[in-house]
Design a protein around this ligand. Sequence first.
Ligand code: SF4
Ligand code: SF4
Length: 106
Amino acid sequence: MSKSLPSWRELPIGAVILQPGSTVRYKTHEWRTLRPVINQDKCIRCRLCWAYCPEGTILELDKPYTTKAGKVYNITYEVNYDYCKGCGVCAYECPVKAIEMVPEVR
Ligand code: SF4
Ligand code: SF4
């Protein structure tokens, strides 16, 4: 756990979030035991992982990618590992099983 986190006595009543966007300071990846790895060659850019991720940590990037079979995509999906909690929803929902959950190594 980060040393910069406040103690429970410093939290607002009910632990409500007082400032929109303030949770960006809390990198929530530390409890992850599995990490999703996207196989860019298998990914068909359907966007379902982006839509289903409960943390909003699938990034849709304007980053061209050419598969080994020669198919060209103008976007690439990547995981923001600072906030991914390793729940596996993205891997479960991916229709072509392009996401593999692998053991986290720190
Ligand atoms: S493992 Fe969970 S939190 Fe991480 S990218 Fe997939 S759906 Fe989002
Ligand atoms: S759900 Fe699977 S195929 Fe669809 S964009 Fe995500 S990784 Fe690619």
